[in-house]
Ligand binder design. Structure first.
Ligand SMILES: [Zn+2]
Length: 332
């Protein structure tokens, strides 16, 4: 089961979080793999999108914000766009648009930053927004301080979090076709949590900025966290990871979040929604698609799931309710 664990380092200005997505991540991959018009993701995209999904969950869980956190990469290479969304209840979904071939060992720049035009954006979309309010969006470069192309998503996001929150952050991310996982270590704000709510005054900001890179406890814990290998993150359970990394530190653990309180897959798409869309096209248009292709296939833009209506299904959509075949899946 997918799970999120939060913890504090007792008496130190450092907190951490570890996420392990299993069933939720496998559902995302299965939806894509069963889509006959796209097929499964190539392996490098599996790894990128999995890391993005784990990171979006960690970032959502790390802020006090009532709305969706959307992590997007707009690529200028074979990956045109990759999106991971995490809601305040930790439900999540993710998708990517891939065009053309990519090598089996493609890294971040080969996928999304071939011509230096790729960019990453983090959007905070409030749940109860007033009409006309635009969501907050931060754009993150895919380049380091010296203009070098960043090779790892974790480098990109650490940079973003340092800039947006003035807090040192260490991220370790990894994904394969079974697990998407991440470890986040962050220095706590100097006073209170004003920073995280955007209410900190100038003195707090300055005090926080002055601490960047200078807190010995954070630096020690960050080095320990960075020693976690991809293989360990993907294969070990959370207890083992925390024991191996921080056996000399005193951790205060929170109740793990799993099941309906933990990270889980959710998308708003469904067969009935697609049925309504086809009804909206009108009978003639639906029939011409059927004549051309044999069936009507519609893929969800947010999770990749494909819905297929054959001639019989489609005919049902345009049959008055009373005349439908009993038990038809579209009669709801
Ligand atoms: Zn969907």
């Amino acid at each position: 089961m997918s799970e999120l664990h939060k913890f504090l380092f007792d008496g130190l200005p450092v907190r951490g979080m570890i996420v392990r997505l299993t069933d939720a991540w496998q559902e995302i991959l299965a939806r894509r793999a069963s889509n006959t018009s796209t097929g499964a993701y190539p392996q490098p995209v599996v790894e990128l999108l999995g890391e993005m999904t784990a990171a979006a969950t960690l970032m959502q869980a790390n802020i006090k914000f009532n709305g969706a956190l959307i992590l997007q990469i707009f690529g200028d290479g074979p990956v045109k766009v990759a999106v991971a969304e995490s809601k305040p209840d930790l439900s999540l979904r993710a998708t990517a648009k891939v065009m053309g071939e990519l090598p089996a060992d493609a890294h971040l720049p080969d996928m999304v930053n071939v011509n230096n035009k790729g960019r990453c954006a983090i959007t905070l979309d409030p749940k109860d927004k007033l009409p006309g309010t635009t969501p907050y969006q931060g754009v993150v470069p895919l380049f380091g301080d010296n203009g070098e192309k960043l090779g790892k998503l974790s480098d990109v996001l650490q940079h973003y979090m340092l800039q947006s929150e003035q807090l040192d952050t260490t991220l370790v991310l990894a994904a394969d076709d079974k697990v998407a996982a991440g470890l986040l270590i962050q220095r706590l704000p100097v006073k209170g949590e004003g920073n995280l709510e955007g209410t900190a005054d100038k003195d707090h900001d300055q005090a926080n900025e002055d601490q960047i890179g200078r807190n010995e406890d954070y630096n020690r814990i960050s080095i320990l966290a960075s020693s976690l290998t991809r293989d360990e993150l993907l294969t070990l359970d959370v207890e083992t990871i925390l024991r191996r990394l921080f056996w000399e530190e005193k951790l205060l653990r929170f109740e793990p979040q799993a099941g309906m309180l933990g990270p889980r897959f959710a998308c708003t798409c469904g067969r009935e929604r697609v049925a309504q869309m086809i009804r909206g096209l009108g009978e003639q248009e639906a029939e011409s698609i059927l004549a051309e292709r044999g069936n009507i296939e519609v893929g969800c833009d947010f999770c990749g799931k494909q819905y297929r209506f054959d001639a019989v299904d489609a005919a049902q959509l345009f049959t008055p309710l009373g005349d439908q075949i009993p038990g038809s899946p579209v009669v709801q």
